[in-house]
Design a protein around this ligand. Structure first.
Ligand SMILES: Nc1ncnc2c1ncn2[C@@H]1O[C@H](COP(=O)(O)OP(=O)(O)O)[C@@H](O)[C@H]1O
Ligand SMILES: [Mg+2]
Length: 248
């Protein structure tokens, strides 16, 4: 199995601030890759580069490449709308639209011209492990769901676009432990069909869910490898200091 995505000597500046320094990282297909490191080290910046979400931010300059199925997404011929359909994103704070549960999931496919969305909505909610909890109240407002349900709804909304990569930026930070473990179980189930990348400041979570872990510090990627190796036998002193809680 190959790499779904690869970043190659990726650099990013916010104005004068150099936020990503020469990041070269492979993201293998059908695996979960975790990004860890102290606050402000560039995890969100990096994950946003993977579907060009940073394009939306003022004064950003990017050098280097991000390959998706071997194609540089920063090349001029990239269709960014299509790219973001293929590479979905789930954020820290659940952000359902102020509309019904059904319409939240149907929204994306509809604006992209899909006519009958019933079965797609049902399948997406099933795949997001939410169907059983909401199938009898699809017309109810999404805002009435619990935080954990809202986050699974956001995952269903991403799945309805038929992506093949899903990016999660601290998806459980606002959730209780039970909701967190549901999301982690869900990620495990999604592995067979999707490539996933998760930013987490929770090292236990990285150790539980991911196959590979990258440790970031001050805009640099210090170490990257199989999660077990990173946690049990880190090669860099700074990785060891971080995972053993000596700083960060
Ligand atoms: N929109 C922005 N404008 C300017 N600086 C930013 C912006 N977003 C993030 N930064 C800076 O870039 C660095 C990395 O931030 P971020 O990627 O959010 O880190 P993390 O997700 O690891 O906490 C930080 O120093 C942060 O202050
Ligand atoms: Mg962040």
């Amino acid at each position: 199995m190959g790499n779904k995505m690869e970043s190659k000597k990726l650099n990013l500046w916010y104005g004068q601030k150099w936020a990503l320094k020469d990041i070269t990282l492979d993201i293998p297909e059908n695996k979960i890759t975790a990004l860890i490191g102290p606050s402000g080290c560039g995890k969100s910046t990096f994950i946003r580069c993977l579907n060009r979400m940073n394009d939306l931010i003022d004064k950003v300059r990017i050098e280097g490449e991000v390959l998706y199925d071997g194609h540089n997404i920063y090349s001029r011929d990239t269709d960014v709308v299509e790219l973001r359909k293929r590479i979905g994103m789930v954020f820290q704070k659940p952000n359902p639209f102020p509309m019904s549960i059904y319409d939240n999931v149907a929204y994306g496919p509809r604006i992209h011209g899909v006519k009958s969305v019933d079965s797609l909505v049902e399948r997406s909610l099933k795949d997001a492990a939410l169907w059983e909890e909401v199938s009898d109240r699809m017309d109810a407002p999404a805002m009435g769901l619990s935080g954990g349900q809202q986050q699974r709804l956001c995952i269903a909304r991403a799945l309805a676009m038929r992506p093949d990569v899903i990016l999660f930026d601290e998806p459980c930070s606002a959730l209780d432990p039970i909701s967190t473990s549901k999301i982690e179980g869900l990620m495990e189930q999604l592995k067979a069909r999707y490539t996933q990348v998760i930013v987490t400041h929770n090292m236990q979570q990285a150790a539980r869910v991911s196959d590979l872990t990258a440790y970031f510090l001050l805009g640099e990627m210090i170490e990257f490898g199989p999660t077990k190796e990173i946690f049990e036998n880190p090669q860099q002193k700074s990785t060891e200091d971080y995972i053993t809680g000596r700083f960060g």
